[in-house]
Design a binder for this molecule. Structure first.
Ligand SMILES: [Zn+2]
Length: 438
């Protein structure tokens, strides 16, 4: 009858695990928060579900701060092409056939992949965010989902995007706190200055993030100079839309003065090393300089179409190796800083008190298997996580105090995969038919 007691709190007691500070200890989760770290008083553990942490480490879950979850459909489709060729001729023609249901199943698949590789929260940008929202809600994950504004100078579409912001803002009120809405103007070459200002004002009025691709390629940078007479960050500064709400994916082609503008205005940047390297967008992401200036800097995978996985351990490793390679400095982007970007800073960008194993943080965390050869020995857990780990070493994933994966099993994974493959097949068949008709 004890289980019927409605006053009984949901508790998880992780015993005897390696913690990020390189000590062995316990963690207690009460409801959706971490309530003890280190030693847990016996009286507090009563009625808790016990997870044995022997040969395991507890780490905060990763925040993937720039992705397009439903692009799981495009994994391995149109690799090795120029960015604009790839978008114009491969991705966008198929995306035109997407339905909200496709986005739902594509996102469900992405959530399974993320949970299985230790990601507990993400910042997304895509069409039909209601599909992604439903998927996130059901998966138990945490996400901020941006509606993609994409008018390309077409006033009809611009108007529709403005109307959709109202619609989605309202619709998202039906979801739990784990699912938040945000504004996602795609880029400065696909959204007009007027619309960017609208996005900024809308976000300010409703206290939302603005999620934008910026300074991703040299072509974008050169076009901005030609069209707007200045560089991308200065252009946003002239529009008066640099603010602490602004999250800038890629942020590659920027000079020191532009970085200072971002720092002065409290903007965040996101490093997407896999995508930047694969699409040859650039590689001089100024990781250490940004952090030194106090810019909030997150790590993201970008969509599966360009990265080609959602594995944050790969993103961390590439972020660090790339910084060392181009700067000629092995001290560049050290493991501890990269790990912090992928966890604590990521959560700060999402405006959630989490991303660390500390009392009061939301209980978004993972247990990592330390018995695999690549994690042996553990001189330094953070070093192992950044330089040797694979997403598949994650054994248990907990979000908001709920276990979403244990012993690598995510409930319902098989059905998700089956439905995803069916929808993937239908989507590409539909798009083939229209392409052939033309
Ligand atoms: Zn992107």
């Amino acid at each position: 009858m004890q289980d019927m007691d409605m006053t009984k709190k949901n508790k998880i007691y992780i015993k005897n695990a390696l913690l990020p500070g390189q000590t062995v200890g316990d963690v207690l989760i009460t409801e959706n928060k971490i309530t003890h770290v280190g030693t847990v008083p016996e009286s507090e553990c009563q009625g808790a579900e016990v997870l044995d942490g022997t040969d395991k480490a507890v780490i905060p879950g990763f925040a993937n701060t720039h992705t397009h979850a439903a692009m799981t459909y495009f994994r391995g489709y149109g690799d090795d092409l120029d960015l604009m060729d790839w978008l114009n001729n491969m991705v966008w023609p198929v995306e035109a056939h997407l339905t909200p249901e496709d986005v739902y199943w594509g996102s469900k698949m992405a959530c399974v992949e993320m949970i299985k590789s230790g990601t507990t929260a993400f910042l997304d940008m895509y069409t039909f965010p209601e599909g992604t929202a439903q998927a996130v809600e059901e998966s138990g994950m945490r996400a901020v989902l941006s509606y993609t504004m994409f008018d390309q100078g077409n006033e009809e579409r611009a108007k529709l995007d403005r109307e959709n912001l109202d619609k989605y803002l309202n619709d998202f009120r039906g979801f739990s706190d784990r699912v938040q809405f945000s504004v996602g103007p795609h880029a400065i070459y696909t959204v007009s200055g007027k619309q960017l200002k609208y996005a900024h004002e809308f976000a300010k009025e409703h206290d939302l993030l603005v999620h934008l691709h910026l300074s991703e390629t040299y072509v974008e940078w050169k076009e901005a100079c030609r069209k707007y007479g200045t560089t991308p960050v200065r252009y946003l500064n002239n529009l008066g839309i640099l603010s602490p709400r602004l999250v800038l994916a890629h942020s590659l082609w920027m000079d020191s003065e532009e970085l200072q503008m971002l720092a002065d205005n409290g903007c965040s940047t996101v490093h997407n090393p896999a995508s930047n390297m694969k699409l040859a967008s650039g590689y001089r992401f100024r990781f250490d300089e940004m952090r030194k200036k106090g810019i909030k800097l997150g790590i993201g995978t970008d969509g599966c179409s360009s990265s080609n996985t959602l594995d944050m351990t790969t993103a961390m490793r590439l972020a660090s190796f790339l910084a060392k390679a181009w700067s000629g400095d092995p001290k560049a982007a050290p493991a501890r800083d990269v790990f912090e970007s992928a966890t604590k800073t990521g959560y700060e960008i999402l405006r959630v008190n989490g991303g660390e194993i500390s009392v009061g943080s939301v209980a978004d965390l993972c247990l990592v298997d330390l018995t695999v050869p690549e994690m042996t020995p553990v001189h330094n857990l953070i070093s192992n996580m950044v330089y040797s780990a694979c997403g598949s070493f994650i054994d248990t994933t907990i979000v908001n105090g709920k276990i979403l994966m244990r012993n690598r099993v995510v409930e319902g994974e098989e059905e998700v995969r089956e439905q995803f493959l069916k929808h993937c097949h239908d989507l590409f068949e539909r798009s083939k038919k229209t392409t052939n008709k033309k």
